[in-house]
Design a binder for this molecule. Structure first.
Ligand SMILES: [Zn+2]
Length: 270
């Protein structure tokens, strides 16, 4: 599809593709339109939302942004997560999950988390109370290591459950080791779509591939071999397959297995 720049017609085209994919999965997607203003220009964007009923009416939000920056093709950031979420929904299509799933493909993350901020701004207090957690996925196939993060303390149980599931399947997934005091072990920064949910007290789990042991130890330098991939020309599948043979497939598989089982067992974390 190529780049899907925030607030453009290409982003809108991607939203239509996602609606069609969700319909093929038997879901009934809706579009949540919103606008935001930057440097005196107002942009139109949209979230694509679907609900999949579970055993409980309590909701688990699964979210990933589908917009990209203009440089590169947004394969890692964040086509990778869109693929994992769609594949997971396929795996769960005939199953009843413990919680009702709210699937949200966010627009305009790259312009300052606009889609997720708007979604949270429209949630009622009752909806917030009815949400058990938010699972965010962002940039899964380029980084050296597979990670899952969560809140500090008791609210981080969903992360711990994800790590247990990964271990059982011998998938090499870990969490932020906490080498940088600004980002304590197990947690991460407020730079993706989990942040607006976290800000209103909703527990989160967040899947990402990067490398916390290099660069400024802030999770920004994704790879030893090529530094950061996101927001560069290198964020395209041809480059990733050539420079990191096997990684794309291994990560897509690993994250999909863990996410699928995490959703199926999520009630064990609460
Ligand atoms: Zn991203």
């Amino acid at each position: 599809m190529g780049s899907r720049v925030t607030g453009t017609a290409a982003e809108k085209t991607a939203s239509k593709y996602l609606s069609a994919q969700l319909k093929d999965l038997g879901l009934n997607p809706t579009i949540q339109n919103f606008t935001y203003t930057r440097k005196n220009t107002t942009y139109q964007s949209q979230n694509v939302i679907a609900t999949k009923k579970g055993k409980s009416s309590k909701e688990l939000i699964i979210g990933a942004h589908y917009d990209s920056v203009s440089v590169g093709k947004g394969a890692d950031d964040n086509g990778s997560s869109i693929g994992v979420v769609l594949e997971t929904l396929q795996a769960l299509s005939k199953k009843k999950t413990p919680y009702t799933l709210k699937i949200i493909f966010f627009g305009s993350e790259e312009a300052g988390l606009q889609g997720s901020k708007y979604y949270v701004s429209q949630m009622t207090d009752a909806e917030k109370k009815n949400t058990v957690a938010m699972i965010n996925l962002d940039s899964l196939i380029a980084g050296d290591n597979m990670y899952v993060y969560g809140d500090q303390g008791k609210q981080g149980k969903l992360r711990d459950l994800a790590l247990e599931i990964a271990k059982k399947h011998k998938i090499p997934m870990s969490t932020n080791p906490g080498l940088n005091p600004d980002y304590p072990a197990g947690t991460t920064g407020d730079w993706s779509d989990h942040a607006p949910f976290k800000a209103v007290g909703i527990p989160y789990a967040y899947f990402e591939a990067t490398n916390w042991e290099i660069g400024d130890l802030d999770g920004y330098t994704q790879t030893v071999k090529h530094g950061e991939i996101w927001h560069t020309e290198n964020d395209n599948l041809t480059f990733l397959e050539k420079e990191f043979p096997g990684r794309v497939k291994e990560h897509l598989r690993g994250f999909t297995i863990v996410l699928t089982e995490l959703i199926e067992k999520a009630d064990k974390a609460f």
